[in-house]
Design a protein around this ligand. Structure first.
Ligand code: FAD
Length: 419
């Protein structure tokens, strides 16, 4: 029987393992941590957003520059297929108000437990605490284990090592250097779905870190220079801003910072009111009220939103109703840098899709053994939160698993040393 080593037991690796095992391949899954799927479990903490109900063309556009390639993976395994697969594990899903799809109990643990149990029953072998170190001279996979180093030969391998965010969960991006050394074209890993540093004054940070800003409408320029805007919520942090609204624009903002050194974002702090109405309300006499109280009563702006006005306007400008109204509707925030990748929800960059064939196998002739496939977040695509990340991980894991099965069948089994 042909042997497949799957390195990395996240959603992408487990999906590749499932596909290959179902096709009769002998499958071993290796993971550096003491258990598989740790990031998947954390993803379930605030409610596992498994996929999204957005119709096809829009869904694929979420993958930006990689729309075409990811659309190809989704043809093999889309949001509907993912929901049916979860149902097969006894986990029903529902579509939330925003179109996001969740398991009915919102949790990841039952789904992961059931999945791993089923894989074991199907004969997939799990090897935890096996940190992949690269290949030896004979092309075998090298692992650091608690019992010392181990070399494993397999007929094919799927690398599903994740991106670089939340490294404490196992995906530390250490593979980046290993693959680059072998001549594989890897786009540097970068934070995606991340917060940004603004550089608040100490006073603002002390008083408002942790405060939500809601609702606000953010306006920014995308990579094509088009003005975009979106309503949502974000959170003030000690150094800047984060939250779902910021994550949604993070790719454009990160690229603007890389290009221009900083990115300009505008916030409408009072989405329900026009500038003219705000102006009229703020122009009425204060009648002895403090400026803060006047702005709160007349414009509904208080707390962190009022603090933001003081961050960007000097004392004189704060007295001018016209300037105040204009700034409430279009408060400029100059973002200095994305937060470090370790804090991001996901990462951009990774193995460039041009280094892989359609089945996600690294090109023959590259510096890695033939029959090496890649899947999941370690590939060079990115997407916003909303279930798009996991969907592409599952779909690419499936594509790589199917690719490995087809490649093994074409090549015919060669004797290998099963672990
Ligand atoms: C807080 C948080 C919340 C999230 N919420 C959502 C959500 O609701 N919806 C959504 O779609 N996405 C969400 N994501 C993103 C999603 O979890 C990831 O995109 C997804 O888990 C990536 O899957 P993967 O299989 O490619 O990699 P991972 O899940 O990262 O798995 C990779 C595996 O490889 C192992 N590994 C790494 N290096 C080595 C090595 N050298 N040797 C051996 N093993 C190694 C790791 O231990 C890990 O188990 C969230 C992420 C975070 C951090």
């Amino acid at each position: 029987m042909s042997t497949l080593a799957v390195v990395g037991g996240g959603p992408a690796g487990l999906m590749a393992a499932e596909v290959a095992r179902t096709a009769g391949v002998d499958v071993d899954v290796f993971d550096a941590k003491g258990s598989v799927g740790r990031k998947f479990l954390i993803a379930g903490k605030g409610g596992l957003n498994l996929t999204h109900a957005e119709p096809k063309p829009g869904f694929a556009q979420r993958y930006r520059e990689r729309e075409r390639e990811v659309a190809g993976w989704l043809r093999g395994f889309d949001a509907g297929a993912l929901r049916a697969w979860a149902r097969g594990l006894g986990v029903e899903t529902f579509v939330g108000t925003s179109g996001r799809v969740f398991p009915s109990d919102l949790k990841a643990a039952p789904l992961l437990r059931g999945w791993v149990r089923r894989l074991r029953e199907q004969g997939v072998r799990f090897h935890v605490q096996h940190r992949w170190l690269g290949w030896d001279d004979a092309g075998a996979l090298r692992f650091a284990t608690p019992d010392g180093e181990r070399s494993i030969h397999a007929d094919a391998a799927v690398l599903a090592l994740g991106g670089g965010s939340w490294p404490q969960l196992g995906s530390d991006g250490a593979w980046e250097g290993m693959l680059c050394e072998r001549g594989i074209d890897v786009a540097p890993l970068q934070p995606a779905n991340c917060g940004f540093d603004v550089g608040w004054s100490a006073h603002f940070a002390d008083h408002h870190a942790g405060a939500p800003l809601k609702p606000v409408v953010a306006s920014w320029r995308d990579t094509a220079g088009r003005e975009r805007s979106r309503q949502g919520e974000c959170v003030v942090t000690a150094t800047g801003i984060e939250g779902s609204l910021v994550y949604a624009m993070s790719a454009d903002l990160r690229e603007a910072i890389a290009r221009e050194g900083s990115a300009l974002l505008h916030l409408d702090l009072a989405p329900g009111r026009t500038e003219a109405r705000l102006h009229d309300a703020l122009a009425v006499p204060r009648r002895g009220r403090s400026l803060g109280e006047h702005i709160r009563r007349q414009a509904g702006i208080a707390g962190a939103k009022a603090g933001l006005l003081r961050e960007v306007l000097d004392a004189d400008a704060m007295q001018d109703p016209g300037t105040l109204a204009a700034t409430i509707k279009r408060l400029p925030l100059r973002l200095q840098s994305p937060r470090p990748i370790a804090e991001a929800i996901s990462s951009a960059g990774g193995v460039r899709l041009e280094a892989l064939d359609d089945a996600l196998m690294l090109a023959p002739g590259s510096g890695v053994p033939a029959g090496t496939f890649c899947a999941g977040e370690m590939l060079d695509w990115e997407a916003p939160t909303g279930g798009y990340l996991l969907t592409a991980c599952f779909a690419s894991g499936r594509r790589a698993g199917e690719g490995a099965v087809a490649w093994l069948a074409r090549r015919g089994a060669r004797p290998g040393n099963s672990p």
